[in-house]
Design a protein around this ligand. Structure first.
Ligand code: UDP
Ligand code: MG
Length: 326
């Protein structure tokens, strides 16, 4: 098997037939043997029925259903565990990553590049608020972790070597976009325009994006913890100046005035302590999640499954045994 195309779907019943119809002729056109790994991330519409219909028509379309919604990152992990191709392509299921670029990606791979990544030339239709949010996230991520993810996307081709390296990563909470950069390897990129979503809407809410940003930053950098010490030092300098002023006033016999200052200081200290505790809490929360060592996903149904080459190295749990065609 040469090419594996991994597509995660969550509540995309209308989109699934269009996406698969668009991808199949393009994969055929590459002249390579291929498979599509479609993951239903616990949808509660008829996405699974749509996927089963497609799998019944073509055995090269392998479909898997999670036992509940585990999130796109888990779907990517499952796809990378289940794919058997020599090159693995990851693509969104809403055609915002245009499959027309696949031949170009495969061409770069045959030239010897091990990671081929799509860079967004435009971010598509987005509100000013989400553009500002994205700018703030990418800016702080670059400053804190040293990795520049501006315009990066999950639309990527990975060589088998890279997939195996990825599968060695032990962490439970992954951030594919950044971790695939961290892996290194010989890389090439191409620019693509983010297409309009044809049906449905983005699954991301502002709160989810905020959580993802905190997760991504704390997963890649311990610098926020060092910043706490920095805040402590700055506060200490302010206290030092105020302490001298208060003592001088005391020895000069002036009544210590400045109730306002006391209130402001209380508020400043109180909020900095709480923010710092919260930040430490986020890191402890991450350790807690990692230490539980739960599977990244649970697959409850599968059609046209080829067993992963090394089931012991699978980061999820595949509870389905049958309906395995090969
Ligand atoms: N997706 C998923 N699980 C989720 C959310 C999204 O598998 O919990 C899939 C979704 O069906 C789509 C892809 O991930 O194929 C990208 O999602 P979306 O379009 O909502 O993200 P955006 O394009 O807004 O970043
Ligand atoms: Mg999308």
């Amino acid at each position: 098997m040469q090419l594996s195309l991994i597509i995660p779907f969550f509540n995309e019943e209308k989109q699934i037939p269009c996406t698969l119809e668009a991808c199949v002729p393009i994969l055929e056109g590459t002249g390579q043997s291929w498979e599509i790994i479609a993951i239903d991330d616990g949808s509660n519409d008829s996405s699974w029925q749509e996927l089963m219909k497609a799998a019944a028509k073509d055995k090269r379309i392998r479909v898997f259903r999670f036992s509940r919604n585990f999130g796109k990152e888990a779907a990517i992990c499952a796809g990378l565990d289940l794919a058997v191709g020599k090159a693995v392509i990851l693509m969104d299921g809403d055609l915002q990553h245009p499959p027309q670029y696949i031949p170009q990606m495969v061409e770069l791979w045959t030239q010897g590049y091990e990671v081929v990544e799509g860079k967004k030339s435009t971010r598509g239709k987005e509100s000013l608020f989400s553009k500002l949010n994205a700018g703030l996230f990418y800016g702080s991520f670059r400053k804190l972790s040293g990795y520049d993810l501006t315009n990066a996307s999950d639309f990527k081709l990975l060589d088998r070597k890279v997939v195996e390296a990825w599968r060695e990563l032990p962490e439970q909470s992954t951030f594919f976009r950044a971790l695939s950069l961290w892996l290194g390897f010989k890389r090439a990129s191409f620019a693509f325009e983010v297409a309009e979503r044809e049906s449905g809407q983005s699954k991301w809410k502002t709160s989810g994006l905020f959580r993802l940003s905190i997760d991504a930053i704390t997963g890649f950098s311990a610098r926020p913890l060092y910043l706490i010490s920095l805040v402590g030092i700055v506060l200490f300098i302010i206290f030092f100046v105020l302490a001298i002023q208060t003592l001088v006033n005391y020895f000069l016999g002036k009544a210590a005035s400045g109730f306002t200052t006391v209130i402001l200081l209380q508020l400043l200290i109180g909020s900095s302590v709480l923010i710092s505790l919260g930040l430490i809490g986020v890191y402890i929360g991450r350790i807690f999640t990692e230490i539980k060592d739960r599977p990244r996903y649970i697959i409850s149904d599968a059609v046209n499954m080829i067993k992963p080459a090394d089931p012991n190295c699978c980061s999820g749990s595949i509870v389905v045994e049958e309906k395995c065609m090969v």
